[in-house]
Every structure is written in structure tokens, then in C-alpha cells.
Design a protein around this ligand. Structure first.
Ligand code: PHE
Length: 434
């Protein structure tokens, strides 16, 4: 089995695909609205602090466990100790649950691309968003379409599918993002948006903000569901994963900042509210497009940007259960993808319907969509990251000195992996569950 495993063609395509996984809806949809809800610049400061200090360890550990074991998640955990098999299984399960709501948003994006191309004039975007998300049939169709596109790339394999998608889509993503940011910075009063982003108000610091920032950091870096472990397992032996970790963290942060610089100046320039929540890019931003010349073209570019970002992340999530099925059950990639298509559909459709016919169906006082979001981002991802650090530090005995030259940094890494990060993650889980 070992030699049949896929591998990246080069270090470049590995990093590109890992960055493609990290940069997604987390950066362009979730980051600006969470920042808008948490007071702007001060949130950014806390978030950057966490990304630069705490996130290095679990991200690096995921890549390292993948690279060292050269196995998909379940077998990787099992090979360290057969008792950990169950913890390994949590990774593809988390992935499947993430796709079940992430792909619904993917479906909404497809609808907004079509709307922009049609140049539809919508009088009240808030009502439109509410009505559209309630319209069960079209939301289901678009969600399944989004799922199908992700599965199609994954079914073609690591080189022909995953690498290919990232090689084409990531440059398109970067170009559209740069163009839209330039546009936004040239709007009147753009400086108000920049002030909101970069001038912190220290009176707004609170514990909840730290929690939101840490949850956002894990989600945006794809930590805690096996995507980076699986991608790491396709690395050939000679790759330097410390550098790769830095590149992934810096690129993701860079793209999140760019997304903020694209979004906040336009919001302030048009006198809109930055704290409108999850509807920010579906309600607030389209209000801007409605008021400017060639707004539909810019709107199409914006939603294509979101689409591309979501596809490259979606592919990485889907790859986790696919790799597990191929290696554990010894089935072909196409068969694994077909099974997964059915499984995700069965979960994503109820999630898509939770804005329409299933809006009153609640578990733990949450609609299915909210439940999947809460379960994954607030519980399963921190839990998986916690187990991963403990297993990597205490059982696989990964030591900083194996990879990091600087003695002090390597010492900090060891302490972080075995003690500090697990304690912080446990705390996050405790507060989140209270
Ligand atoms: N990091 C991705 C984003 O920012 C989401 C993701 C989570 C991808 C977990 C893979 C694994 O949108």
C-alpha cells in the first residue's frame, strides 16, 4: 500500500495546496464579520498575537505527524498506538460535518455569482437574502452543485485534481483580491475603514473576544480536522516543514488582512455597519455593488473570489475522509468519492433546509446548520487539535530539535506541544461549552 500512496509533485505545489486549504471562506466571509462583531482593530491585534504565537505548534504538529507516519488520519493515529484509532476517526467525521454547512454557503455563493451575471436589480437585499436562503429547492441544488465540483477535483487524485485546481485557482484568487482591494482603497473615505481595522480601542478587550479569536485562528488555518495531516502525509521526505508552516501561516494572515482591507473601506465609504454578522458579504457588500457603476461586474468578481477560495478549501476537507476510505477499505478513489458524495448530501441537505422548511427543527436549541458550525468550530476542531498535540508530544515524541535549529525556539516548541497549547485548548473548550 505504502508505495501506491500519492505524493506532491514539488514543494511548491504542496505549499500552494496547503495555502489553498487555509485560505477560504474563513478569511473572506468569517474573518471580516467576526472582526466587525468584536470591535475591529483590537480583535485584529489579539488574533495576530494568537496566530503568531500559539498556532505555529499545532499546525506544525499536524504536518509532522502526517509526514512522519505517511498515513491518512485514522491509520496515522493507530500506528502510534492502536488505542488512538478512535481519536483518528474523529478527524474525517469532523471534516464531513464541516462540509455539511460550508458547502451550503458555497451554494449561496453560486447563486450570487449567477445573480451578478444576470445583472439582477434587487430592491431590498436583506429580504432577498432571507427569502433566497428559505427557498429550499434552489439552495439544495446549488449546495449539491458545489459539493459535486469539489468531489470532481478530489476524484481526479492528488496531482491531476488537487494540485491542478490549486495551480489554476490560487493565482485567479490572488489577482481578483488585489484588484478589488485597489478599488476599495480608492473609494472616498476609505481611510475610515483602515482606521477601524488598524486603530485599536483597548477598552473593548474581553475574554469572549480571545475565544472568538482563537476559534477563528484554528478554523482559518485548517487546524484540527486532519486536512494538513493528510496533505503532510503526501510530502516526500526531503521537505522542510518548519518553513512550510511559516509560509502557510503568513500567507493565510496576509490574505485575511487583504480581505479586511478590501471590505472595511468600502463599508465605511458607503456609511454601512461593519457588525452585521454572517450576512456581511451577502447583504452589506452587495448594497455597495448596487450603488456603483459596473457594480454587477465587480460583484461577479467578488463572488467568484469567494467561490474559488471555498473550492480549494473544500477539496482539502473532502480529501481527509476520501484518503481514509481508500487506505482503510482498500477501495478506489472514485468509489470513495461516490460514497462521500452520498454521505455529505444526506447531511448537507438538512443543513441547507434549516433556513427554510426545517427552520423550526432544533437540536440543543440550534438549527442543523448552526449545530454543525458550533460542533465543529467550537468543539471538535479544538478537541482534535488538543489530542493531536498530546499524541505528537507524549507518544510520537516529536521534539523541536529534530526540526528547529535555534535551541530556545525548539525548547519553547516542546513546552508548547506538551503543556501550554493543550491547556489553552482545554480552556477554550471548557469556556466554549459552559
Ligand atoms: N481554513 C478554511 C477556511 O478558512 C476552512 C477549513 C477548515 C479548511 C478545516 C480545511 C479544514 O475557510
Amino acid at each position: 500500500m505504502e508505495d501506491k500512496r500519492p505524493a506532491w509533485s514539488s514543494r511548491y505545489t504542496f505549499i500552494l495546496s496547503a495555502v489553498g486549504s487555509a485560505v477560504g471562506l474563513g478569511n473572506i466571509w468569517r474573518f471580516p464579520y467576526i472582526m466587525g462583531q468584536n470591535g475591529g482593530a483590537i480583535f485584529l491585534l489579539v488574533y495576530l498575537g494568537l496566530i503568531l504565537t500559539i498556532c505555529f505548534v499545532p499546525l506544525f504538529a499536524e504536518l509532522a505527524v502526517g509526514k512522519i507516519t505517511k498515513k491518512e488520519c485514522v491509520s496515522a493515529y493507530e500506528s502510534i498506538n492502536p488505542k488512538f484509532k478512535f481519536l483518528g476517526i474523529l478527524n474525517p467525521i469532523t471534516g464531513i460535518l464541516i462540509t455539511s454547512f460550508y458547502f451550503v454557503v458555497g451554494g449561496w455563493i453560486i447563486n450570487y455569482i449567477l445573480l451578478s451575471i444576470e445583472n439582477a436589480k434587487i430592491a431590498n437585499l436583506e429580504d432577498y437574502f432571507a427569502n433566497f436562503t428559505q427557498n429550499s429547492l434552489s439552495v439544495c441544488i446549488f449546495t449539491l452543485l458545489f459539493l459535486f465540483i469539489c468531489i470532481l477535483f478530489t476524484a481526479r487524485g492528488v496531482k491531476k485534481g488537487i494540485e491542478f485546481a490549486n495551480k489554476i485557482l490560487m493565482p485567479i484568487f490572488a489577482l481578483i483580491l488585489i484588484a478589488l482591494t485597489m478599488f476599495s482603497l480608492n473609494l472616498p473615505n476609505a481611510n475610515l475603514g483602515l482606521e477601524y481595522m488598524f486603530k485599536p480601542d483597548f477598552t473593548k478587550v474581553n475574554a469572549q473576544m480571545f475565544l472568538s479569536a482563537l476559534g477563528q485562528a484554528l478554523f482559518t488555518l485548517s487546524i484540527g480536522m486532519g486536512a494538513l495531516l493528510t496533505y503532510g502525509s503526501y510530502i516526500k521526505d526531503d521537505k522542510n516543514i518548519v518553513k512550510s508552516t511559516y509560509v502557510i501561516i503568513f500567507s493565510d494572515t496576509f490574505f485575511a488582512l487583504f480581505a479586511g482591507i478590501m471590505i472595511f473601506p468600502s463599508i465605511f465609504s458607503f456609511g454601512l455597519e461593519p457588525s452585521s454578522g454572517a450576512g456581511l458579504v451577502f447583504i452589506t457588500i452587495p448594497q455597495i455593488f448596487a450603488q456603483i457603476p459596473f457594480g454587477n461586474i465587480i460583484s461577479a468578481a467578488f463572488f467568484i473570489l469567494l467561490f474559488v477560495a471555498a473550492i480549494t478549501s473544500g477539496i482539502s476537507i473532502v480529501e481527509v475522509p476520501v484518503a481514509s476510505m481508500i487506505e482503510r477499505w482498500n477501495i478506489s478513489r472514485v468509489r470513495a468519492c461516490s460514497i462521500l458524495f452520498i454521505v455529505i448530501s444526506l447531511l448537507a441537505i438538512p443543513a441547507a433546509l434549516s433556513f427554510g422548511v426545517l427552520s423550526n427543527f432544533k437540536i440543543l436549541d440550534k438549527t442543523i446548520f448552526d449545530l454543525f458550525d458550533f460542533l465543529t468550530a467550537n468543539i471538535l476542531m479544538p478537541l482534535n487539535a488538543l489530542f493531536l498535540c498530546l499524541i505528537a508530544g507524549w507518544f510520537l515524541k516529536i521534539k523541536g530539535e529534530q526540526f528547529i535549529k535555534n535551541k530556545f525556539v525548539s525548547f519553547l516548541f516542546d513546552i508548547g506541544l506538551k503543556f501550554v497549547i493543550p491547556i489553552i485548548l482545554a480552556l477554550l473548550l471548557y469556556i466554549g461549552l459552559k
